[in-house]
Design a protein around this ligand. Structure first.
Ligand SMILES: [Zn+2]
Length: 481
């Protein structure tokens, strides 16, 4: 009996030993094999479970795991965390990859989130170079201010930055425009347009620019349409309103004038009648305006020039470029100097010719004596000087022009008087003659005002307005001194 029991125990012991010899230690992860955790925060470990398993009996018993703790949550990187278990000399290990990552974008702080832009206060503002104050900081990278990329746009400046982990952030500093400036309308062809009756009026020559809205030409409202079938003065009005409700205005005067074309009108004499408007003593402060008027009517004139107003010298070149005739009048216009001797006169004459050459590329073959060739003022300075000068200048090959009519502008005539007297002269003289040379002065404001009506009358009559040259019909007075 005892031996049977002993034998039984021996069998059990044998079996147990066998079992013990075949047990396994297992470790398995809770959660994923690879996990991420945010930098600076505590890693929330799901841990692992370890068992001893006796597969023959289907028994599993949990045992303790030991894990390494090598994760530095202050530093980005991938850490391998190991979970270990052992029992009676048997061991098992599993590991998990723990990535310490940065998912927080940097933060940009601007000193001003909107910047007021006032062109009226500061017209030179360049919004594409506006200074903008800001800082950019990242929890992990620290100060990123100098990595910020600025992109200027019309409505603001976009600040953008990424941290070393590629987390991006941006902030737009907005521009708040204080727009009190009305848009500016610019009319080409000056502000006055000259059109012969019957020519088509087309409205294309303007632009409108607003400091804030930019080009607003297509918002311009045009009102008034000249009736080009009738001579008259018309006004075309322009207005444009910007997005801040400021309205800019402009006006154009349209002069519609009658022009008789001889070639087509066989009822008029086929002989061309010419009016030579001659302007002395300039260029001066009204000359540019006069040139615009002449250009508007597309007519030519003659300028007997001086250097009395040197800052307008360029207008000699401009008049020449516009197709007008340039003649010498005098450099100084000082009778007491130029009529004292031939030598004095020639010195002065050479000086004005030098300026004419500088402005037009060549000297002029035509000239006009100050006071005209018949003046007797010169007698005060030198007896017989005019006769001597006429002789001298003829010998030198220059042609001088006096005039058929003096418009009276140096006697203080007002516009109406100038117009009336000149038109009366033209009507009378051109009844029997083919030309007239009229003396005017482009340094007189009233003269400039009178010119359009004189031109309009001539064009309506079918007369030509032309510049003089040495082949033109001439009027030379009888020399008195
Ligand atoms: Zn003069």
């Amino acid at each position: 009996m005892i031996s049977i029991i002993s034998a039984l125990f021996a069998v059990i012991a044998l079996c147990l030993t066998g079992f013990l010899l075949t047990f396994e230690v297992e470790v398995s992860l809770n959660g994923a094999k690879t996990v991420s955790t945010e930098v600076f925060s505590e890693f929330d470990d799901q841990g692992a479970k370890a068992y001893i398993s006796l597969s023959a009996l289907g028994i599993k018993t949990e045992i303790k795991t030991v894990m390494t703790d090598n994760i530095d949550n202050q530093k980005l990187g991938t850490y391998k965390k190991e979970y270990k278990a052992s029992f009676l000399g048997k061991k098992a290990t599993v590991s998990r990859d723990v990535k310490v990552i940065d998912i927080l974008p940097p933060e940009i702080v601007a000193e001003q989130e909107t910047i007021k832009i006032d062109f009226k206060e500061n017209p030179d503002i360049d919004i594409y170079n506006m200074p903008i104050k800001y800082t950019a900081t990242d929890l992990y990278d620290g100060d990123l201010t100098n990595k910020v990329v600025k992109t200027y746009e019309k409505d603001g400046c976009l600040l953008a930055v990424s941290d070393s982990s590629g987390n991006a952030t941006s902030l737009k500093v907005m521009f708040d425009y204080v727009d009190k400036q009305a848009p500016k309308i610019t009319l080409e062809n000056n502000n006055t347009l000259y059109l012969p009756v019957g020519e088509k009026y087309s409205e294309i020559t303007y632009t409108a620019i607003d400091e804030v809205d930019g080009d607003v030409t297509n918002k311009v409202v045009v009102s008034g349409s000249p009736d080009t079938s009738k001579a008259g003065k018309y006004t075309v009005k322009y207005s444009v309103t910007d997005s801040s409700n400021n309205t800019g205005y402009a006006q154009r005067k349209v002069v519609v004038y009658k022009k008789t074309d001889k070639k087509e009108d066989t009822t008029v004499s086929p002989i061309t009648k010419t009016v030579y408007l001659t302007f002395d003593d300039g260029p001066g402060k009204y000359t540019e305006q006069l040139l615009e008027i002449l250009k508007g009517y597309d007519v030519k004139a003659t300028f007997f020039v001086t250097d009395q107003f040197p800052k307008y010298r360029d207008l000699i070149g401009k008049a020449y470029a516009d197709g007008h005739s340039i003649g010498a009048h005098t450099f100084s216009h000082r009778f007491d100097n130029i009529y004292r001797s031939i030598e004095n006169y020639l010195k002065d004459f050479e000086k004005i010719q030098a300026i004419i050459k500088e402005q037009t590329g060549q000297e002029s073959k035509i000239f006009r004596f100050p006071g005209g060739s018949s003046n007797s003022v010169s007698q005060k300075y030198s007896t017989g000087i005019m006769k001597a000068l006429v002789n001298e200048m003829n010998q030198r090959g220059y042609t001088y022009f006096d005039w058929n009519y003096d418009c009276g502008d140096t006697s203080g005539y007002k516009k109406k008087q100038i117009v009336n007297s000149v038109l009366k002269h033209i009507k009378t003289r051109l009844k029997t003659e083919n030309y007239t040379i009229i003396l005017l002065h482009d340094i007189k404001a009233e003269t400039i005002k009178a010119v359009p009506e004189i031109i309009e009358y001539c064009l309506e009559q079918g007369y030509t307005l032309a510049g003089l040259d040495e082949t033109s019909p001439n009027r030379q007075f009888d020399v008195k001194n």
